[in-house]
Design a protein around this ligand. Structure first.
Ligand SMILES: NC(=O)c1ccc[n+]([C@@H]2O[C@H](COP(=O)([O-])OP(=O)(O)OC[C@H]3O[C@@H](n4cnc5c(N)ncnc54)[C@H](OP(=O)(O)O)[C@@H]3O)[C@@H](O)[C@H]2O)c1
Length: 278
């Protein structure tokens, strides 16, 4: 425990420990970008990882290969569209069936289809809402049932600073991401109610059932690659820290909220945005 290791492909120092040993984490959109960094961070403390993705089999296989080179903890990949309620229920059931439990759900999968309001089509609106918000609801619903029965669990939703500020060309994305705040707070309250009813709230032996949200600012992943240079210069000028965030810097907060010791934090929104919202 407590060894420092340099990962071969990321050249990032990670602390290897066993605080999440025996825990099973399902990270949607876990094969790339922020999701991959979350998988790595949770695995660095021994969690078993189930990583979801939608269609890019090659990237998913590459993720599995990279991951198994660095971590000895079990990993599996799960294909499904989080915009489809049946896929959400099916993938959660698949993970529970495979590992016998689900301790941590990270609703990270998300998409953008950017257009100004006057140009946005019905499909542009519904597609983003379905994947980003309805997906988080249906996955959480399936996970909550299982977690409430067991009396413990963690759900972390990956929202966005855009859900707090809005953004030109992102009405669908901003609405989906701010929708996560209400979803998080309601899930958090209902989780407490479920545990109270089963006599498991504040079980001295337990770690509780918490639901929180993180709001990343602009993070260096494929999602922001298409932003034109001129627009990026303008974005950077609004970030007090003067740079994009790194996926690991978001993963760090997700990991913190997923930890057993974070049992008194629920229904909260955590910013990771270089000071953008000050
Ligand atoms: N990057 C940023 O600046 C930023 C800022 C704030 C918030 N966020 C949020 O952070 C999360 C991750 O962003 P990212 O930049 O890491 O994204 P990314 O690099 O584009 O990766 C997206 C991941 O989500 C999966 N995915 C996409 N649509 C899906 C669907 N319908 N069903 C299941 N999985 C799906 C992708 O699978 P495939 O590989 O199969 O396509 C991939 O694994 C998103 O929710 C995003 O809104 C990002």
């Amino acid at each position: 425990m407590g060894v420092l290791e340099i990962t071969a492909d990321e050249n990032v120092k990670i602390r290897v420990g066993d605080k999440l040993k025996g825990r099973v984490a399902f990270v949607t959109g876990g094969t790339r970008g922020i999701g991959e960094a979350i998988c790595r961070s949770l695995a660095s403390q021994g969690a078993t990882i189930a990583a979801g993705y939608s269609g890019n089999d090659q990237k998913a296989e590459e993720f599995r290969e990279r991951f198994t080179k660095t971590y000895s903890t079990p990993v599996s990949i799960h294909k499904g569209n989080v915009g489809n309620p049946e896929d959400c229920r099916g993938r959660v059931a698949e993970v529970i069936e495979k590992y016998g439990r689900l301790d941590i759900l990270v609703n990270n999968a998300g998409i953008t289809i950017d257009k100004t309001v006057l140009k946005m089509t019905d499909d542009d609106w519904y597609d983003v809402l379905n994947v980003n918000l309805s997906g988080a609801f249906f996955l959480s619903q399936a996970a909550l049932r299982h977690m409430a029965e067991r009396g413990s669990g963690r759900i972390v939703n990956v929202s966005s600073v855009i859900g707090e500020t809005g953004n030109i060309g992102q009405a669908n994305y901003a609405a989906s991401k701010s929708g996560m705040f209400g979803l998080t707070k309601t899930l958090a309250r209902e989780a407490c109610l479920l545990l109270a009813r089963s006599g498991k709230l504040n079980d001295p032996e337990g770690i509780g059932l918490t639901i929180n949200t993180v709001t990343p600012g602009f993070i260096a992943t494929e999602m922001v690659e298409h932003i034109p240079e001129k627009v990026m210069t303008q974005i950077l000028s609004h970030i007090p820290l003067g740079r994009l965030g790194k996926p690991q810097e978001v993963a760090r907060i997700v990991h913190f909220l997923s930890a057993d010791a974070s049992s008194y934090i629920t229904g909260q929104v955590w910013g990771v945005n270089g000071g953008m919202d000050m």
